[in-house]
Design a protein around this ligand. Structure first.
Ligand code: NAD
Ligand code: ZN
Length: 247
């Protein structure tokens, strides 16, 4: 964690009039939820591009629900970490206008963030693929078998699988916020899943200053990023936000 770089980023954020953040799986790693890339565990056993593809879900729901079962067990136990709380504080101070998150774990809202666009949906609810009836994960018995609706239809979490469309409203709102931003924070995302990965590029093209926080460089770092802070989101963000809020 380089203090000089963090100070530079704090100055940029202080000068911003419309700050927007894009977050990815990396921000929840310190809450114990493994990301696709980087730290592994779960994804050594389940190739996300196979298991998180919509065609796999319909072809072999038992197999995909084995992965979902483990993921739910981890996510339902997880708590927000200092990175989530720091962003909530920045919003409360009126500086951060919105978070566009690729995560489906609900941790930003649990940390107190209000304006959260869930680009890839949220695992908290499920829908019957046949009659579309909605269920909450807490009222579904998914532990012993593939959960089904009373009509017999499969239950699918309200998350966007690979091969599915981004919910229309989330996509439109994200593009609108991105274009409006003058400072764009990119936190814990490899920016390799599209179209979310294209948002920092769009922000940059519209004249936004891009501040990136990640453990390691990404394809954005040498192309669109203006200030790159290398480190753990849970350590960098509290420090950065306290510098922004201290006068
Ligand atoms: P990714 O797994 O592709 O990349 C994670 C990035 O975070 C990497 O660049 C890694 O270097 C970085 N990282 C890891 N630990 C970090 C830390 N402590 N601090 C800062 N950076 C850290 O994640 P992605 O770009 O979000 O794309 C994966 C897709 O998978 C997304 O669509 C997301 O919806 C989904 N996903 C979600 C969750 C979740 O909801 N928590 C978890 C796994 C995957
Ligand atoms: Zn049904």
């Amino acid at each position: 964690m380089n203090l000089e770089v963090i100070k530079r980023a704090a100055k940029v954020i202080k000068g911003g009039k419309f700050v927007v953040a894009l977050t990815g799986a990396g921000i929840s790693v310190e809450s114990g939820i493994p990301a696709f890339r980087g730290s592994q565990g779960l994804w050594d056993r389940y190739d996300p591009f196979e298991y998180a593809h919509i065609s796999s879900f319909y072809r072999n729901p038992e197999k995909v629900w084995n992965m979902l079962r483990e993921l739910y067990d981890i996510c339902l136990r997880a708590e927000p970490n200092p990175a989530h709380y720091a962003l909530a504080k920045l919003e409360e101070a009126g500086i951060l206008k919105a978070i566009i998150t690729q995560n489906v774990d609900g941790l930003h809202q649990r940390a107190g963030s209000k304006e959260v666009i869930e680009f890839h949906g949220n695992g908290e609810t499920l829908a019957c693929v046949d009659c579309k009836q909605k269920f909450r994960i807490t009222e579904v018995d998914y532990r012993n078998s593939v959960p089904r609706c009373s009509c017999g239809g499969l239950l699918k979490p309200d998350i966007v699988f690979f091969g599915e469309m981004i919910p229309h409203v989330a996509l439109e709102r994200s593009v609108e916020l991105t274009k409006k931003s003058d400072v764009f924070l990119v936190i814990g995302t490899s920016a390799q899943v599209y179209p979310a990965g294209g948002l920092p590029v769009m922000a940059k093209e519209r004249g936004s200053i891009v501040v990136e926080i990640n453990l390691e460089p990404t394809p954005l770092t040498n192309t669109v990023t203006d200030v790159f802070i290398s480190g753990k989101a849970g350590e960098v963000l509290p420090k950065l936000i306290s510098l922004v809020l201290d006068n």
